[in-house]
Design a protein around this ligand. Structure first.
Ligand code: AMP
Length: 136
């Protein structure tokens, strides 16, 4: 992917604040961090998002995300972590190269990442669970 910014970082054509690298994965600081130490974990190979990333790579990336989270706790004093991956523009994905946000949290850091609850009835919950089950 010639024009993909994360492919360019993976190829070393654009600099980054590297945190971790191996043959498959790269992790670097987000340039517009939501919090101190906000890190992105991504595959060097281009996949659009989590839904199209092969399972073995996906599982490796989440292992790397775990390492990053552990280091944010031990080295930065994080007292919590948010792990987020956006899929598609409607979810807020802006860079269409799969990545996992590992966002350290600190007591009273003021960061709002809330999921406001919607009202939903039991019948709809049953139908939704059934629909999703049929796709698995
Ligand atoms: P998303 O909205 O889930 O696609 O997240 C993309 C993230 O990539 C945003 O948080 C951006 O701040 C971050 N980002 C974009 N370009 C760069 C870059 N060159 N280096 C580091 N982070 C970047």
């Amino acid at each position: 992917m010639d024009s993909c910014v994360f492919c360019k970082i993976a190829r070393g054509e654009i600099p980054c604040y590297k945190v971790y690298e191996d043959d498959i994965a790269l992790a670097f600081l987000d340039i517009n961090p939501a919090n101190k130490g906000h890190t992105l974990v991504l595959p060097k190979e281009h996949f659009r998002d989590m839904t199209t990333c092969p399972k073995d790579i996906l599982s490796h990336l989440f292992s790397v995300a775990q390492l990053i989270a552990q280091a944010q706790i031990s080295q930065l004093g994080a007292t919590g972590i948010n792990v987020i991956t956006n899929v598609g523009a409607s979810s807020g994905q802006s860079v269409m190269h799969f990545h996992i946000h590992v966002i350290p949290r600190y007591d009273n850091d003021g960061l709002e990442l809330s999921l406001p609850p919607q009202k939903i009835g039991e019948h709809d919950l049953l139908l939704l669970a059934d629909s999703i089950r049929k796709g698995i």
